[in-house]
Design a protein around this ligand. Structure first.
Ligand code: G6P
Length: 606
């Protein structure tokens, strides 16, 4: 999705802006642009990669203040002209924008009726013209920006420069993140801390409706009504090294390989050996309150939603509280009944996903109690929730989620243990789960050692036009995530079904052309799963079994055997071979593994 970078200080702005934009590439984009201010505005923008933009920036592109953007097209096709920044007709104001201006058509018609000539098809350009109309008359750029934003309906994170005021950048936020970075006699801003960590770890997150004025010597923030606001800087513990591939060929493989550490970090300091409970201080609830919930509803999008399904199963099993997961994107539009005795849990790696954020806001409006399971500290969703758990998995760069997925499932195991132990889960059962959780990092290492075998299997199956993924109960979300990974990065069509549902329809698809990946843990449903494999084989279907024991060759062509943990925790481990399988299938097919087509890492628009 779109990205914003801004700089004001003593240094040459262009290299800093280009470097920042490069750090945002992982989010997905189709064009990029920069503007610097130096006795007038200098602009370069291109359809294509940040590297193409860097090549188009001349050596004499000097200026110590500027803004940059990576665009993900919404209004108008990807093109040089539609790329940001957008300028007012007189060339005085330049704007970069993330989000969507919903009344852009109406504003555009009014401006055109007044004689304004537009040069792009974007919604953003109206902002440049609106700001320019008042910029000459107001005392400050921020007043002109504020006046323009009053006329706008929609979501935005914006950065604005004015050729007439060469020492300042104005940024504003409504529904699309803006983070300020505080340097030594220099200020930065970006839509994502990834663009800032090379320069500073001191950041300030803007709230919706806030606006900030950045100058080399500091910043001021204001609420929508122009009242100054006081902001406490936050120190981010992610550094630039987190954003390197660290010697791996792709971020995805790096992030898959990091999971022994990331899972250990999610667990760190949270398991209590005396009472066999989980310490989750961030929930902000005492035991009595924790006992008062009668249901748990989990929301998230994409892989976050599938990890929520694993979470719901864990909570039902360990805490015996009815729990279910739903896509946040659906939840917010169906007028959900919000109950006081339901605990709502929102999941997000980025903490920015618009659908999830809007669902949380809807819940809060209706008085719901919402916990967040979030990776990005200080992100919008984390701030909006009443409490929660951070994953501490470090930044996830590859579009397909892997380490955040497993850490979220682990966070749910902690939450389920916590909810269970304040209810009826015995200390002995609590100890069993704590021991299982502690064993996870070592067992993940064992699974990662199977990579050569999984790579071979991925090569064997990657040529299939379509694949079926099946699992029962705990195995079903694993199958869904496995199918999601395969389709998003290798573009091989993949379907996931509960194994129990196969005979109610999708069995018609099974044949030599459609192999099945079957999740077959050693649990109480083993025999039923093996029966399903027999049904698939009887129809000429090939089977790759992921489970805890070698497959009977009559039931499966291939198998991957993973170490056994506690039954409730096994789904976490069973997911990992599927990540490696999708990765190697995508590499074998020559796909752009870290930036799959049409997808974005953080979907910050509707
Ligand atoms: C996008 C990404 C997915 C991710 C989903 C939710 O669709 O492509 O990989 O699972 O957003 O992201 P979040 O940051 O909220 O976990």
């Amino acid at each position: 999705m779109c990205g914003i970078v801004a700089y004001v200080g003593p240094k040459d702005a262009a290299p800093i802006l280009l470097e920042g934009l490069q750090r945002l590439e992982y989010r997905g984009y189709d064009s990029a642009g920069v503007v610097v201010s130096n006795k007038g505005l200098k602009v370069r923008k291109v359809k294509g990669r940040v590297a193409d933009l860097a090549a188009a920036v001349p050596a004499r592109f000097k200026g110590t203040l500027g803004i940059g953007h990576t665009r993900w097209a919404t209004h108008g096709a990807p093109s040089d002209v539609n790329a940001h920044p957008h300028l007012s007709s007189d060339g005085r104001i330049a704007v970069v924008h993330n989000g969507i201006i919903e009344n852009a058509d109406e504003l555009r018609a009014k401006l055109e009726a007044d004689g304004v000539v537009f040069s792009s098809e974007t919604d953003t350009e109206v902002l440049a013209h609106l700001i320019a109309r008042t910029a000459g008359e107001t005392d400050s750029l921020e007043e002109a920006v504020r006046a323009a934003l009053k006329r706008v309906v929609g979501t935005y994170g914006i950065a604005v420069v004015d050729a007439g005021r060469p020492g300042e950048v104005v940024v504003a936020r409504n529904g699309s993140p803006i983070v300020l970075g505080i340097g030594e006699k220099e200020m930065f801003a970006a839509s994502d801390v990834a663009a800032l960590v090379r320069y500073t770890r001191q950041v300030v997150h803007l709230e919706d409706g806030e606006l900030a004025v950045l100058k080399a010597d500091g910043f001021r923030t204001f609420a929508g009504d122009a009242r100054p606001t006081a902001k406490e800087p936050l120190t981010v513990d992610w550094d630039a090294g987190h954003y390197d591939t660290g010697g791996y060929e792709h971020y995805l493989l790096k992030e898959i390989s990091e999971q022994p550490d990331t899972v250990a970090r999610t667990l760190r300091g949270r398991l209590d050996d005396r009472f066999h409970i989980a310490h989750l201080g961030g929930l902000n609830m005492d035991a009595r309150e924790t006992r008062s919930f009668r249901r748990v509803k989990i929301i998230g999008c994409g892989s976050a939603y599938y990890s929520g399904q694993i979470g719901a199963q864990l909570i039902e099993e360990l805490a015996r509280i009815p729990a279910d997961a739903e896509p946040a994107s659906e939840f917010r539009y169906r007028g959900p009944v919000v109950e006081p005795d339901t605990l709502y849990v929102a999941i997000s790696q980025s903490g920015e996903t618009y659908d999830t954020l809007a669902a949380v806001q809807e819940l809060k409006r209706k008085g719901g109690r919402v916990l967040g399971i979030v990776n990005t500290v200080g992100s919008a969703i984390a701030r909006e929730c009443d409490g929660g758990l951070y994953l501490h998995a470090g930044p996830e760069v590859s579009v397909a989620s892997t380490k955040a997925f497993t850490s979220t499932a682990v966070a749910f195991a902690l939450l389920a243990l916590h909810l269970g132990r304040v209810r009826d889960l015995s200390p002995a059962e609590g100890r069993r789960i704590c021991q299982g959780l502690r064993a996870l990092p070592g067992q993940i290492k064992e699974i990662l050692a199977l990579e050569p075998q999984i790579k071979e299997l991925a090569h064997k199956y990657a040529g299939s036009p379509s694949m079926m993924f099946v699992g029962r109960v705990r195995g079903y979300p694993v199958a869904r995530e496995g199918a999601q990974k395969l389709k998003e990065i290798s573009y091989v069509h993949a379907e996931a079904y509960p194994a129990s549902e196969l005979k109610h329809g999708p069995l018609a698809l099974i044949g030599p052309e459609m192999p099945t990946v079957a999740i077959v843990p050693d649990d109480e449903l083993l025999d039923k799963n093996l029966t399903t494999l027999g049904e698939i084989r009887a129809r000429g279907g090939r089977v790759l079994m992921i489970g805890h024991r070698a497959a009977d060759p009559r039931l499966a062509d291939d198998h991957v055997v993973v170490p056994k943990n506690e039954t409730e925790l096994d789904p976490i481990l069973l997911t990992i071979p599927l990540q490696l399988f999708a990765y190697h299938a995508a590499v074998a097919l020559g796909r752009d593994v870290d930036k799959p087509r049409n997808l974005a890492k953080s979907v910050t628009v509707e």
